[in-house]
Write a protein that binds this ligand. Sequence first.
Ligand code: NDP
Length: 249
Amino acid sequence: MSRLKNKVAVVTGGNSGIGFGIAREFKNEGAKGVIVGRNQETLDSSVAQLGDNFIAINADVTSLADLERVFKETSEKFGKIDVIVANAGGGAVGTVATIGEADYDKTMDLNLKSVYFTVQKALPYMNDGGSIILIGSNAAHRAYANFTLYGAAKAAVIYLAKGFSSDLLDRKIRVNVITPGTTDTPAFEKFVPAEQIEAVKTHFASVMPTGRIGQPSDIGKTAVFLASDDSSFMLGAELLVDGGMTYLA
Ligand code: NDP
């Protein structure tokens, strides 16, 4: 298939989990572009799997200077940018009783500030008529123990898809947001002790209406749709890709 033939995409967090799943589906549809992350080892191994049409840029999405460098380098290398995926993110685990100022700032910087400035810094280099895809979370819709602040940041990301779409109407840049439910990625390792990971995944699968948790390819295929002209009538929209977990479980 070649729904993204010759499109140039930048995927933040494209070296792991959902971001890599998105980059892989983009590649399968003929796109080229850039994956962004901080871990050089996973950047190298991921970009090797994506082939010659992709490069990796080591950058921190919470740094405005790094973001400027990412889009400048992408534009110099590929001559244009058609698609941005603001995917990098992650949660600080805790409740209102335990998350202090430092973790508050870290969570908001990674999940909200980075998304805002990823888009702002991409704009000077981006083609009119392009597509921007934000990655939110179903945690924005349903309270999960210990994900209060993360859910709040992701709720703001859902709003940003609407606000950015309005801001960018004159450039015909569409902004939409995907809200994944529980998805099988290395992020599990950050929250669950190694020996419990399989049991936790099995538990989540057992309560899902679909009987399985999500795979990065589920989100990747949705991102292909939003990046392609097939979704040209969609802007400011949210696509919940959660196997029914949020409202049916
Ligand atoms: P992973 O931990 O597998 O991947 C996170 C990615 O973000 C990594 O590539 C990481 O790269 C990158 N990243 C993190 N911080 C930074 C930073 N400061 N600068 C640059 N890159 C950074 O997580 P997932 O794939 O699970 O998560 C991807 C997105 O999906 C996140 O926004 C997450 O909130 C969201 N999500 C995930 C769900 C799930 O169940 N997995 C459910 C709902 C939403 P590096 O380490 O190299 O910096």
